[in-house]
Design a protein around this ligand. Structure first.
Ligand code: SF4
Length: 150
């Protein structure tokens, strides 16, 4: 999530609560870290090096998906603006494209754009998780790497 670098933890509070700031949204917020992510969150924030990632973005156990660990209390800006639902890498592991909130592909890879036009655009699946799952399967079958953000 490219917007992640604008989100910071201002203060750790008792009970796995945090006081955070979203610089772009010019807002502060309180949130509670989901229980299953508390230990990992402690490790990550102690480590300090998250290379521009949002401190509340974590890999979902046993999957290739990422989740927001304060989803129900995420900043207003995040609720309004969903910047990226999927990242796609080519067979060489390099970034090939991203999928924005309205199912729009942004890609510099012409092969990926062509594949998208031929096999993804005609898909008619209303439910978003189902659509993401089908898109992921098709891209992987074509040799791409896929990371889905929840
Ligand atoms: S939705 Fe959650 S993980 Fe994503 S930028 Fe906002 S706070 Fe961070």
């Amino acid at each position: 999530m490219g917007m992640g670098r604008y989100v910071t933890v201002e203060q750790r509070l008792p009970g796995s609560r945090v006081y955070g700031r979203h610089a772009l949204g010019k807002e502060t917020f309180f949130a509670t870290i989901k229980r299953e992510f508390r230990e990992k969150f402690d490790e990550d924030t102690d480590d300090g090096d998250r290379s521009g990632w949002c401190p509340f973005l974590a890999r979902s156990a046993g999957t290739a998906s990422f989740v927001c660990i304060i989803h129900h209390e995420r900043p207003r800006f995040c609720r309004r603006y969903r910047c990226c639902v999927m990242r796609i890498t080519g067979p060489d592991g390099r970034a090939a494209g991203t999928v924005k909130g309205r199912r729009d592909l942004v890609a510099s890879d012409p092969g990926l754009r062509d594949l998208w036009e031929r096999t993804i655009t005609p898909l008619f699946i209303a439910e978003e998780r189902e659509w993401l799952s089908e898109v992921k399967s098709r891209l992987i079958a074509a040799g791409y790497g896929v990371t889905v953000y929840d």
